[in-house]
Design a binder for this molecule. Structure first.
Ligand code: MRU
Length: 377
């Protein structure tokens, strides 16, 4: 483990990780990403000079997590516009790069709509409009993140009076997925700052280890007490009374309140219900898709089987590892089931925390109402 990781003991409070930035000329215009496939060992920047490079970065999870995908999609449209590429083609390619996180298409549509609306002013005005909209998407996410943290902290106080929270989280939902401090992790961080977080339990999150590699990297930088566990160990933690609440993010929330999030979230919701532990989802209203009626309508991304049948750590083997380049952990030719997400029904969700307020109990009407009060409705 390199020096970068030693920062874990430093007790740094602010979680400011530049996961994505727009670089102006003369070096730019480019979209610069912190390559998340290389964390936690190396902090390597990935410079996207065109849309195909950004699409590839999205597919390989160099940039990932619902809110950040929205920001990336919007800047991708701006990149195409500023550099004079075909914006409609770019928007299509970006929106289709991954299917489940609704924020990606949402960010793309916002920047593309601003581009089209400026048509009368000519190409320069259109490019400026697309870039301004991408910046607005980015800034709004920073604000949304802070609001979710405040609402979530208040909710934790109501659900778990007395502090000393032991919170279990899955996948990654901090500054690496956001312009701000994230979604679920931003709430845990607020609890930490308030002196109310006893421990953050971090599911490693098989098979791509977003928990072990990324959430632990974030938690370490904030000085939180955290422990990484194999996903399958969560059950015994619940059984031992070691979990006070589950906090996760979301990639898409259907109109009925069903929540798509990283595969392994649904089993946690079932465990939480069995053990009478609150299961709280933290997501901006841009992750709520009122046009998707039910959870079963959400398209769940299926990823290549070799991510399961081989151990392949990108930071050891190069980014975007291909089949056959990892260490085999299953017999050659083994079939694999590798959905990237699962869907948790609303009845198992205690509350959905958004920037516009908290929905609890989670109902179709409650969700529609909170979305109608959001600035993006
Ligand atoms: O496949 P990923 O790494 O993009 O999945 C990300 C998640 O599932 C996160 O939990 C989700 O985007 C919520 S983060 C706000």
């Amino acid at each position: 483990m390199g020096d970068q990781y030693e920062v874990s003991e430093a007790g740094v409070e602010a979680l400011t990780i530049p996961a994505l930035r727009w670089q102006e000329p003369p070096e730019g215009p480019v979209v610069v990403l912190l390559d998340q496939t290389r964390l936690p060992v190396e902090e390597v920047e990935l410079v996207c000079t065109d849309v195909p490079a950004l699409v590839q970065a999205i597919r390989t999870l160099a940039v990932r997590g619902a809110p950040l995908l929205g920001i990336a999609g919007a800047y991708g449209v701006a990149l195409a516009a500023v550099r004079g590429f075909d914006v409609e083609e770019a928007a299509e390619a970006l929106a289709q790069a991954r299917p489940t996180a609704v924020n990606l298409g949402w960010g793309v549509r916002r920047a593309a709509a601003a581009y089209r609306a400026a048509a009368a002013g000519g190409p320069d005005a259109q490019a400026a409009a697309a870039l301004a909209e991408a910046r607005a998407v980015h800034d709004e996410d920073i604000e949304a993140s802070a609001r979710m943290a405040a609402h979530g902290l208040e909710l934790l106080g109501e659900l778990l009076p007395g502090g000393g929270h032991r919170i279990l989280t899955h996948c990654n939902s901090g500054a690496l997925v956001s312009g701000g401090e994230g979604t679920a992790l931003a709430v845990a961080l607020a609890a930490h700052r308030a002196g109310e977080l006893r421990r953050l339990w971090v599911d490693e999150t098989r098979p791509l280890l977003q928990g072990a590699r990324l959430t632990a990297y974030e938690a370490a930088r904030t000085g939180m007490a955290y422990t990484v566990l194999p996903d399958g160990a969560a059950g015994s933690l619940f059984a031992g009374g070691e979990v006070d609440a589950v906090l996760i993010g979301a990639d898409r929330i259907a109109a009925d309140g069903s929540v798509a999030n990283k595969v392994g979230s649904y089993p946690l919701a079932v465990l939480a219900r069995y053990h009478h532990v609150p299961f709280v989802v933290v997501a901006p209203t841009s992750t709520v898709d009122l046009e998707t009626e039910e959870g079963s309508d959400i398209e769940v991304e299926q990823r290549p089987g070799h991510e399961v049948t081989e151990f392949s750590l990108p930071y050891a083997q190069g980014p975007g590892a291909e089949a056959g380049t990892g260490i085999p952990v299953a017999p050659l030719g083994a079939q694999a089931y590798n959905p990237a997400f699962d869907v948790t029904p609303a009845e198992l969700v205690t509350a959905i925390v958004t920037e516009a307020g908290v929905v609890s109990p989670v109902t179709r009407n409650g969700l529609a109402e909170v979305c109608s009060t959001s600035r993006w409705s």
